[in-house]
Design a protein around this ligand. Structure first.
Ligand code: GDP
Ligand code: MG
Length: 171
């Protein structure tokens, strides 16, 4: 397909403030800083082992300007897979993910649905079940995570999307 076997391009998409940068930085550095640049779209390269094989991740941390700023055609066609991120404490961000997927029309690319900020259960607006049902609709993986608190669970999300990309290439 677009990149060689060991390269996997992931675009991290979702509404402003859901934790796209926090998740990306957590995966890249295992660290959580708390405040992230809100303006600059950044592409990172990161080599890790997935199931024992070296994978060169290219990660595009997108920065939509508002809740109507859907990922561009360029971003979607660049990516091998999309990490769809919403926040469990922001129902609008859940709706934004649905808007993104409808805008993809019938381009069937690997997706992974991430519900971030699950440490904030007291402010929850989107149930875990709603997320799971949406992921079933999209036929993609789903996890609730907290970039603020978890390292392994965040890495798993990127690895799972990577596995889906590799599987889709073999078809
Ligand atoms: P982005 O606009 O989607 O890139 O979101 P950011 O990564 O900049 O995060 C937005 C805000 O949410 C920041 O203040 C983060 O510290 C905070 N945040 C990100 N992830 C979490 C999380 O898992 N839990 C909590 N409580 N806050 C988070
Ligand atoms: Mg950001």
């Amino acid at each position: 397909k677009k990149s060689s076997l060991s390269e996997v391009k992931v675009a991290v998409v979702g509404a402003p403030g859901v934790g796209k940068s926090a998740l990306t930085v957590r995966f890249l550095t295992k660290r959580y800083i708390g405040e992230y640049d809100h303006q600059t779209e950044t592409k990172y390269k990161h080599e890790v082992l997935v199931d024992g094989d070296p994978i060169l991740f290219e990660i595009f941390d997108t920065c939509p300007k508002n809740e109507n700023d859907l990922p561009s055609h360029d971003t979607v066609s660049w990516a091998d897979g999309l990490l769809l991120v919403y926040s469990i404490i922001d129902r609008q961000s859940f709706a934004f993910v649905k808007k993104i997927v409808s805008s993809l029309a019938n381009c069937d690319m690997p997706l992974y649905l991430v519900a971030n900020k699950c440490d904030m259960v007291h402010l929850r607006q989107v149930s875990c079940e709603e997320g799971a049902i949406l992921a079933r609709d999209y036929d993609c993986g789903f996890s609730e995570v907290a970039a603020a608190e978890q390292v392994a669970a965040v890495a798993t999300v990127f690895q799972e999307l990577c596995r889906s990309v590799l599987v889709s290439r073999r078809k």
